[in-house]
Design a protein around this ligand. Sequence first.
Ligand code: KG4
Ligand code: ZN
Length: 356
Amino acid sequence: MPCILAFETSCDETAVAVVGADPNANGFAPQVLSSVVASQVELHAAYGGVVPEVASRQHVETLPFVLQAALEQTGLSVAAVDAIAVTCAPGLVGSLLVGLMGAKTLALLHDKPLIGVHHLEGHLFSGFLAAPDLQPPCLCLLVSGGHTSLIWMKDYGQYQTVGRTRDDAAGEAFDKVARLLGLGYPGGPQIDRWAQQGDPQRFPLPEGKLDHPYDTSFSGLKTAVLRLTQQLQAEGKELPVADIAASFQACLTRVLTEKAVACAEELGLSTLLLTGGVAANRELRARLRAAAAAKGLQVVIPPVAWCTDNAAMIGAAGLSHWLRGEISPLELGVASRMPLEGIPALYISAAEAQEP
Ligand code: KG4
Ligand code: ZN
């Protein structure tokens, strides 16, 4: 079976996976043979957010051990894999470079093709890990600490971003509001937990209306929470943390759900995929499932381990390129930003790679 070794170091997770393709499956059916993730979240918690320099140093220290563990779990050596995939954009440049240099070194040492992967394309492929029958076209709501995008997957390798954030990403909004409420970092899981006991209707908050139907803006919502906390503190009241968390979460998840479902309907897409770290949010999962069911849409929400950053999704995306004969030149670099439209430029055909 074709087999890919994959690296992901674009932010604060050091991850390596081995992903194969099911030779008996009808369509594209990636199989995770191993997936190891070393999270740096505790290291960055002391600073209240990811510190890029600290992240890259930690990747350097951790990557060899994560690689060894991922290979050991499969019983395979690097010599046995067909290609090496690695996240090359977007992300923290120093962190991306650690993964890319590791991948290039192994590719050169073992004479294996290198496959650069766009991080967001990786997130899209978490859907294929969760639902082997998933087929494009579909609409993906990708919500993480760095991204809030609605991506129309027309076919493998063909994507169009149809909605994006104008300011804060959804996870960033969760983290900033959690900080205002004194809940620590990362804030999303804390808000999720506190909101369970809160009244989501106690504080009406602004939805951040825009002229574009599928773009989002959460900075107004965040500022409204700031003003609310300042006002309550000025009045000498104790912060009703659970009610504020519930009101904020209800507002943000309502906006995301309404936009995603309306967009899928307008594009005539019958499948919605939810992924990224914020896809762990219980209210968002429940709302999206209910709203999509009401419109007869199929919803795919991968298990949380595939929604947050991992190398299995990068391996799956890399595998799809490899199966189409697309590999990257060894001169491949990293980029802190790259639109999905930049993906084709990452690849050359295997025949081109052979040319002197
Ligand atoms: O995808 P991810 O692990 O990392 C990247 O940003 O690429 O996403 C992390 C984000 C953080 O902002 C975190 O607060 C948020 O996902 N998050 C959540 C939950 N779990 C993680 N947000 C809301 N509810 C959650 N349960
Ligand atoms: Zn991510």
